[in-house]
Write a protein that binds this ligand. Sequence first.
Ligand SMILES: C[S@@+](CC[C@H](N)C(=O)[O-])C[C@H]1O[C@@H](n2cnc3c(N)ncnc32)[C@H](O)[C@@H]1O
Length: 187
Amino acid sequence: MTVYKTHLAIGHNEAEIVFLNRLAQENSAFVEVGVHVGGLAHIMLQVAEADPDFRYLGIDHNEQVLNRHIKTSIDFRPNTQIWIADAWSYATRLRVSEWMIATDGTCVIYCDGGDKPKELILYEGMARPGDILMVHDYGTYEGGDEFPSKAEISPEQAALALQGKGFVRYEPSWLPTQGIRIAAWRK
Ligand SMILES: C[S@@+](CC[C@H](N)C(=O)[O-])C[C@H]1O[C@@H](n2cnc3c(N)ncnc32)[C@H](O)[C@@H]1O
């Protein structure tokens, strides 16, 4: 596996970047809810360059902060796109669902937008058997007073969101167990 990196802003540590690279390279498609500057999108662009069958879809409602070169480069490719849209709206989710159904193989759905528990609930129904549902900013950040907690979703919130939906925990044990991090479930 190749570990692609980015020079753009990305809110992931090195271990998470390695894991995200592996997931992108082991699955056929990747949906990123919340693209921000496009750091992860840049990594996905490189995965797509190496594997022309790999599909990437990024969604963000704020075009202002998104690196326009990344958006242009991604939109030019046949299998990669960034949509400027509200990822929570029914219309967008319907389009995402159609985009996913057109994928021949398994898909990763990464909830990293403005309300992660909400996104887990809105997007979990789109996961088909074998697909992976992920969330960022999960867990307890123990940075003390200097760096107060920034975690946006607690393990309890996530468990509640996925209760009884047939998902099993998937992230590797070597991912940091403290601090802001990724959690993943395979359907
Ligand atoms: C934490 S940042 C994403 C970081 C990015 N995934 C990365 O790895 O670099 C969250 C992003 O979610 C976007 N966002 C928040 N609510 C959204 C919504 N309802 N629809 C689409 N994007 C949304 C924000 O505009 C922001 O750019």
